[in-house]
Write a protein that binds this ligand. Structure first.
Ligand code: ZN
Length: 483
């Protein structure tokens, strides 16, 4: 019997607001000394009152719209009651039965096949404090408590770990395009929980028991944890056993899932409307205003680069991987347009040399010194014959290192192509005189040796000889020797 997994993901993303979800403390706590971004509200002191962060609500709606969700006119916050040392108030302010959004989807490109993953809801809650366990003691840092946390809940629509991985990457890409979350997993800005069950392949019946895995704090952990859990459940089912419904935690060090507690039901949390906050009436005009802030999103952008700029699906895909790279590319193409430089040649430089040098020097696009308008300038120098393609790569390297204009580099370094016949004839004759053996071979009928001699001349000109002219001159002078 063959099984296939049924996977649903809950993705938590911290929002890039300046202040926390319900108080004025700075949400930018990375690197801050422990317990310095705190106040009575996020410390959970009795008598303190929360105030809703409007921008966090707007970011959640903006994200939900990008996922094609409905935005109901009524939403509210609820108390989710549970006891854990990282939860300052003994409850978390979250959203239960009236979330900010519901019923959306995300398109995922799985090796050229577009798959639609349904998004059940995107809602808003607050992050918890962080616990550190060391030397037999547990320490708590409250800086993270109360940071706005968006939860994106998918339907159990994924049937392979790869689909779950692609879905997660797509979410992160869209969050970054929207600039609502850094998606930085190393800093804990994006975390996962997975629901996994198995069903007999080819059937649509959902397995009754779902196992939830928490503590998946990176994409790698999500992939490993999900793979591990699929294998564990397969083994149990093949042995004729039954999978218990439970909540597991991922142990990153040992690479195993471990039982945390039997699965909670919603009633375990004793949800009730948060009495300290007003419910939300979400006006249509407000939603329209938020929608108008949506930038061009990755799917549309890729389609445009293929349609208008004639890029291949692959090139368009790598250029739109990050919004900043796509913006850089658009600026380079716009600068080249008036000179008739096509987008494809710009794409070649960006996906080729630029990406190579960025990777080599571990440079992000924001730190690249080459002004995008200089890329079409360099292309123009090649197409008007000032420099060869090989020299252009040298010039590009110099542009990358210094940010100087290509024309200036070519002039200062004397890199312009030598297209002067008189200057080249002397060099050709010298190379022929210095290579009597290959010349003799040519005279004996071995014409392929011309290539070697042309290479020697190009070397003597430090790559600056006009290749077509050098080729013609070498043949001409060799033939002169023959007669
Ligand atoms: Zn606070």
């Amino acid at each position: 019997m063959e099984f296939e997994p049924v996977i649903g993901l809950e993705v938590h993303a911290q929002l890039l607001t300046r202040s926390k979800m319900f108080c004025g403390c700075s949400a930018d706590y990375a690197g801050a000394p422990p317990n310095t971004h705190v106040c009575p509200v996020c410390l959970g002191m009795p008598g303190s009152l929360p105030v809703i962060n409007k921008l966090a609500v707007e970011y959640t709606i903006l994200t939900a719209l990008a996922f094609h969700c409905e935005i109901p006119e009524f939403a509210k916050f609820d108390r989710k009651n549970y006891h854990y040392p990282d939860l300052m108030k003994g409850y978390q302010i979250s959203q239960y039965d009236f979330p900010l959004s519901q019923n959306g989807y995300v398109l995922v490109d799985d090796a050229g096949v577009m798959k639609r993953i349904s998004v059940r809801r995107v809602h808003l809650e607050e992050d918890t404090a962080k616990l550190f366990h060391a030397d037999g003691a547990s320490l708590i840092d409250v800086n993270r408590a109360g940071v706005p946390l968006m939860e994106i809940v998918s339907e159990p629509d994924m049937h392979s770990v790869e689909e779950a991985r692609l879905y997660s990457l797509k979410l992160r890409q869209i969050l970054r395009y929207l600039r609502v979350s850094s998606g930085d997993m190393e800093k804990g800005a994006m975390r996962f929980e997975a629901n996994i069950s198995l069903r007999v392949k080819g059937t649509t019946a959902l397995s009754a028991t779902r196992v939830e895995i928490k503590n998946l704090n990176s994409l790698r952990a999500m992939v490993r944890g999900t793979e591990y859990e699929i294998a564990r459940q397969t083994k149990i089912l093949l042995a004729g056993g039954t999978v218990e419904q439970e909540t597991m935690g991922w142990d990153e060090v040992r690479g195993v899932t471990v039982t945390q507690r039997s699965k909670e039901e919603a009633h375990d949390y004793r949800y009730f409307p948060e009495p300290d906050l007003p419910s939300l009436q979400v006006a249509r005009a407000w939603v329209d205003e938020i929608q108008a802030r949506t930038p061009e999103l990755p799917d549309d952008r890729r389609e445009r680069l293929m349609r208008e700029d004639g890029l291949s699906a692959y090139d368009a895909g790598v250029i739109i991987s990050e919004r900043e790279i796509a913006d850089y590319f658009d600026r380079a193409v716009a600068a080249g347009n008036p000179r008739g430089i096509d987008a494809k040649s710009v794409a070649n430089w960006v996906t080729g040399e630029l990406f190579r040098l960025m990777k080599e020097s571990d440079t992000e696009i924001d730190a690249v010194k080459i002004d995008p308008a200089q890329i079409p300038e360099l292309i123009a120098l090649v197409s008007d014959g000032t420099i060869s393609n090989t020299i252009a790569k040298t010039v590009f390297g110099e542009m990358f290192a210094t940010g100087r204009a290509p024309r200036v580099i070519v002039q200062e370094k004397g890199l312009a192509q030598i297209s002067d016949r008189g200057a080249l004839v002397g060099i050709v004759d010298k190379v022929l005189a210095d290579n009597p053996q290959p010349v003799a071979e040519f005279l004996a009928g071995k014409e392929t040796i011309v290539k070697f001699l042309v290479g020697q001349v190009m070397k003597a000109t430090r790559g600056q000889g006009n290749p077509a002219l050098v080729n013609a001159l070498v043949i001409e002078r060799l033939k002169a020797l023959k007669s």
